[in-house]
Design a protein around this ligand. Structure first.
Ligand SMILES: Cc1ncc(COP(=O)(O)O)c(C=O)c1O
Length: 390
């Protein structure tokens, strides 16, 4: 379990390092890739072992039904999140970006408004727009170092035509772990407005000590008939390239509608990814995740201490996720100036805050799922790039 191992990912079709120059103007040779949400360290040994075993078998023909996979998903949700998931409620998608698009497709029509709470994972709005739907953006309220719900404000933005609410829990990019009471209020809001509630819970495993993640389905069982939960091992085990996620739907009618769409599109998971995930969701995998959380906890403490020492800059304390959310508003600089300094002086590729919607204007998101040395290097570079601030 060496989370400080620095593996060269350049030239491996790696989105994070191989695309950074084209997308952000930062060269991978002397730059640091700290944007898209995957990790620089290898996955758990039990996952690699499962892949080796499958490769040794050598036959990769059609496969069908995956009881071990479904049992492993159920075991993980029960032991890690106190959530009993019925076998039949688990459907698989080609990752969660795909799942979000499928949900929009199945439960709304072109032109329909879809609700999101911002700042939030930018792909929610991108998928809504690309499928010809309309974004109804409800800002979260900033309260000191955190974000809270403002459902009265949200209600005032709805017209009654909305079909879906896409919710993020824990929240990317603020790192918020919502309380059961907040989740219930969101579910009741969805019910009041007759919305299908899509709860994207992909970041649910990487939660820092002192915080407890509760699945929407556990917090709000009364709204189970309208709740669709998205989960995946992709962030937790750094296997996003395997493109497999779960769409968990307890309601029989909603479940049948999604099952039918998946069948029509002839989507089934790749057998190798299923083998990897089944191995990940195990006691050995759990041990590895606990060690990863300890590594990320130390990374974020190092990062926050260094960044918060820069006058006018504030890294908000994360409750979950390895994605630091850093506010530059106290510097008084324009976003263009902030971006230019990070790109040209610090030579770090980060995710721009404005892409996460309203509330992200003065922020950047920095991915800390890397070695301790790289985090320290990023801190030193950012301190130097903003060293003129007093
Ligand atoms: C909240 C959230 N949902 C979905 C995804 C995408 O998941 P996938 O890689 O399974 O498509 C991400 C990736 O960053 C994410 O942060």
């Amino acid at each position: 379990m060496n989370f400080n191992e620095e593996i060269n990912r350049i030239g491996t079709h790696c989105f994070k390092w191989d695309k950074m120059e084209q997308l952000f103007g930062v060269s991978p040779t002397d730059g640091l890739a700290m944007w898209t949400a995957d990790s620089d360290y290898p996955t758990a040994p039990c996952v690699i072992e499962a892949l080796r075993k499958a490769a040794d078998h050598g036959v990769f023909g059609y496969s069908w039904e995956y009881p071990e996979y479904l049992a492993a998903v159920q075991w993980w949700m029960k032991t890690r999140h106190g959530w009993e998931v019925e076998t039949n409620s688990i459907l698989t998608s080609q990752g969660l970006g795909n799942a979000i698009a499928l949900c929009i497709d199945v439960w709304s029509d072109p032109g329909d408004p879809i609700v999101i709470f911002s700042p939030v994972y930018h792909e929610f709005a991108i998928k809504i727009k690309k499928t010809g739907r309309r974004v109804v953006e409800c800002p979260l309220a900033r309260q000191g170092d955190t974000y809270v719900l403002d459902l009265e404000d949200a209600q005032s933005r709805l017209t009654g035509a909305e079909k879906i609410l896409i919710w993020c829990s824990p929240q990317n990019p603020s790192g918020r772990v919502w309380t059961p009471e907040e989740l219930r209020r969101v579910a009741e809001f969805a019910e009041r407005n007759n919305l299908i509630l899509i709860s994207d819970e992909v970041h649910h495993d990487l939660v820092f000590p002192g915080n407890v993640f509760v699945p929407m389905d556990v917090a709000a069982p009364a709204q189970r008939n309208r709740t669709v939960t998205l989960t995946a091992a992709s962030k937790t085990f750094n296997i996003a390239g395997q493109r497999t996620g779960n769409i968990i739907i307890p309601d029989p009618d909603l479940n049948a509608a999604m099952r039918q769409r998946l069948r029509t599109l002839d989507y089934g998971p790749a057998s190798l990814s299923v083998a990897m995930i089944a191995a990940a969701y195990s006691p050995q995998g759990a041990e590895w995740v606990d060690a990863q959380i300890a590594h990320l906890d130390a990374n974020r403490n190092l990062f926050d201490a260094g960044i918060n020492a820069i006058p006018g800059v504030r890294s908000l304390p994360l409750q979950a996720t390895y994605l630091a959310w850093v506010d530059f508003s106290g510097t008084g600089m324009s976003f263009a100036e902030i971006e230019a300094r990070i790109r040209d002086q610090a030579k770090i590729a980060v995710s721009p805050g404005p892409s996460f919607g309203a509330g992200g204007e003065s922020f950047v998101r920095v991915n800390l799922a890397t070695s301790r040395a790289r985090v320290a290097e990023a801190v030193a570079r950012l301190q130097a790039a903003f060293s003129d601030l007093q």
